[in-house]
Ligand binder design. Structure first.
Ligand code: ATP
Ligand code: MG
Length: 392
């Protein structure tokens, strides 16, 4: 069946009271933006609290659905048939034809759910339900009505036009990006951080990203992998500015100056400090990491407290209580997993101590850091030499 029109369902925006239109307008503009990447021509409109996508030219159905499934804020996509009001007999005929084409196997149960938004329409919704149901039963002997648990809900919405749909294709949910501020994602080449960024973006938050690169200890290929991951996340989040920080000098200096078992913690504290500076410079209101309790030595509660104390911005760790498999499941769903498992070293794996502290004492860590007399200058240089890659 060829559809020229889609009803877009959204869920949570509906509860935003007076700000509702801000969310709806953002969703409309995000959908329009996304559909620019699809061949064809579409118009997106908001009519009495409903959002519609209209195909204005031939288009690829699968590509269009895929694009819409990457727009946060969409709960469901309903391909619909739109008819002008040409009398009830004609509507009956069209509804029967719709059921025939959509459900070749008629061994199904159904229920009609009519909605009469146009109160000038001469037949009320109960009667539309009854009369269309009857027409369908008359046309197909095997089909049955089930008002409690039907296989098919057939929606008939009488508005300026009459809209018929029975399929609700799930969208990604969440809130339209841009309604929830902006945050800085610490993006490594691993499995966890792209998932963390996706999760926060799903709540309507626009994303910037920072990657700490340590050439020649980390290769160009490792950096490319992070660029690839940012691109995959940006399919949902929209444009990402990826800030690549050259971390080599800082890392070597910490390595030479501090006890090796404290290396990871101190290094991570400097990552957070630099990420926070970049966040403030780029208008971000929070940081995001892919940390998860107990996954590695630097993610015990004591270690998390030690890395947390160096920043004042809130740090979001959306996968903090997830098991690895739960994170992997999301990575598979959002298509970052295959890229994340490519075997390129990240900078933390090169400078790891044999026995890192798992319960760092913050007083001791602070004391070790006082030995880093040249580090502020190095941080300043790192800030000045950031390479920013715009990913769209
Ligand atoms: P991931 O799978 O996200 O790499 P991980 O389990 O390997 O996480 P760590 O290497 O300890 O964990 O890193 C914890 C978090 O710190 C990461 O999720 C990420 O947010 C951030 N991070 C680690 N290394 C880097 C890096 N080189 N650049 C930017 N952020 C980093
Ligand atoms: Mg990692």
């Amino acid at each position: 069946m060829e559809f020229q029109s889609f009803l877009i369902k959204y869920s949570e925006i509906g509860i935003k009271g007076k700000n509702r239109y801000v969310f709806e307008d953002k969703l409309v503009s995000q959908i329009a933006r996304k559909l620019k990447t699809v061949e064809g021509q579409f118009s997106v409109s908001k009519v009495s609290g409903r959002i519609y996508v209209q195909a204005e030219a031939p288009y690829d159905y699968d590509e269009t659905i895929d694009a819409l499934q990457h727009v946060f804020g969409i709960a469901g996509i309903c391909p619909q048939v739109q008819l002008p009001d040409e009398g009830f007999e004609e509507l009956k005929r069209q509804v029967v034809a719709y059921m025939d084409e959509m459900y070749p196997d008629k061994n199904i149960t159904f229920k009609v759910i009519a909605r009469r938004a146009n109160k000038h329409y001469p037949i009320d919704s109960n009667e539309i339900n009854a009369r269309l149901g009857e027409a369908i039963l008359d046309a197909f002997p095997e089909i049955r009505v089930d008002v409690h648990h039907p296989d098919v809900y057939l929606y008939v919405e009488v508005r300026e036009m009459i809209n018929i749909y029975s399929q609700i294709i799930p969208g990604p949910g969440g809130m339209p990006v841009g309604t929830g501020g902006r945050a800085m994602l610490l993006l490594s080449g691993g499995i966890d951080s792209p998932v963390a960024g996706w999760m926060v973006s799903k709540r309507g938050v626009a994303i910037d990203a920072v990657y700490f690169h340590a050439p020649p200890y980390t290769s160009e290929r490792a950096k490319q992998k992070v660029v690839d991951l940012a691109r995959l996340v940006s399919k949902y989040s929209g444009q990402i500015q990826l800030h690549v920080v050259n971390f080599t000098e800082i890392q070597l200096y910490i390595y030479e100056t501090c006890p090796h078992e404290e290396l990871t913690i101190i290094m991570r504290r400097y990552m957070m400090r630099i990420a926070e500076k970049l966040a403030e410079k780029n208008g971000c209101q929070a940081l995001i990491t892919g940390e998860s309790i107990g996954q590695v030595a630097s993610q015990t509660l004591q270690s998390l407290a030690a890395t947390n104390e160096v920043c004042t911005l809130p740090v979001f760790r959306p996968v903090i209580a997830f098991d690895k498999q739960e994170i992997v499941d999301i990575a598979l769903k959002i298509n970052t997993y295959e890229t994340s498992i490519q075997p390129y070293e990240d900078c933390c794996t090169i400078f790891v101590a044999k026995h890192p502290v798992t319960k760092p004492n913050r007083k001791i860590i602070r004391k070790s850091e006082t030995k880093l007399t040249k580090i502020d200058e190095m941080v300043e240089t790192a800030m000045k030499t950031v390479e920013t890659i715009v990913i769209d």
